[in-house]
Design a protein around this ligand. Structure first.
Ligand code: ADP
Ligand code: MG
Length: 248
């Protein structure tokens, strides 16, 4: 999509991943190509077992692909092998991950759940806490900063989890069914929030979903089937929502 005028933040080329060997081999991803641009929120759909989580885990540098190339924010990080020695640092610098359930640490309050990531990234504890509260305010759950995870509603917990994923200002946000536990109204609110984050932070968001009710919230829908990617003709929506103009 060169009409968007900026380089892709996520560029995936011929990415494959298999598990096991011989008759036990499972081809979880087969020759995937994908580009995601700043400000875009793309959906990833597909039946259970089609490779969605495997794909996100490869992009997040959590799982080693079998072959192909991954370029994140202009830097090729995998080209048939990892090109970076410190994958943990890479994840901290570039990636935010949002899971289906908030996975908050039950013994820390909302603010500390976010601050702990910032401390891992090298912030002092007071600076981490200040930025955590700022992020919770941004996600409109600042008033819940002292609440323990068990006291938060589903939507509040997911916002805290999103704040945690944003803590390191990632340009790439990967979300594995973040709206699954939410009703459709709250799901739409979370999707609108992801959209705002993508635009305001110039980030690319890849979001796995099964939810037909929120499909209009995506710039594109990519569909995986048996590890292979099909692209639906939904991309025109993205061009409009990004304000792309016809070439003069
Ligand atoms: P989805 O998230 O779309 O449900 P997954 O990415 O979890 O699909 O799985 C894709 C395929 O890879 C499935 O056939 C699954 O059984 C297989 N798979 C995933 N993880 C592993 C693993 N660690 N070891 C072996 N097979 C796996
Ligand atoms: Mg999955």
């Amino acid at each position: 999509m060169p009409e968007l005028g900026q380089p892709a933040i996520v560029r995936i080329e011929r990415l494959s991943k298999y598990f096991g060997v011989g008759v036990a081999r499972v081809d979880a991803l087969v020759d995937i190509n994908m580009e995601v641009y700043p400000g875009q929120v793309v959906g990833l759909m597909g039946p259970s077992g089609s490779g969605k989580t495997t794909f996100l885990n490869c992009i997040a540098c959590i799982l080693q692909p079998s072959s192909g190339r991954i370029t994140l924010d202009g830097e090729t990080v995998y080209d048939d092998h990892w090109l970076k020695a410190d994958l943990r640092r890479l994840r901290l610098d570039k990636i935010g991950f949002i899971f289906q359930y908030p996975n908050l640490l039950p013994f820390l309050d909302a603010a500390d759940n976010v601050a702990v990531v910032l401390q891992l990234a090298g912030f002092s504890s007071s600076a981490a806490l200040a930025r955590a509260v700022e992020l919770l305010d941004y996600l409109e759950v600042g008033h819940r900063k002292h609440a323990m995870p068990a006291q938060l509603s589903g939507g509040e917990g997911q916002r805290v989890a999103i704040a945690r994923a944003l803590a390191n200002r990632p340009r790439i946000i990967l979300a594995d069914e973040p709206t699954a536990p939410l009703d459709s109204q709250r799901a739409r609110i979370v999707m609108d929030l992801l959209r705002r984050i993508a635009v305001e932070q110039d980030a690319a968001i890849i979001c796995v979903t099964h939810d037909e009710m929120i499909l209009d919230r995506f710039d594109h829908i990519f569909r995986l089937r048996d590890g292979k990617l099909e692209m639906s003709p939904a991309r025109i929506v993205g061009a409009q929502s990004l304000g792309a103009r016809p070439s003069p």
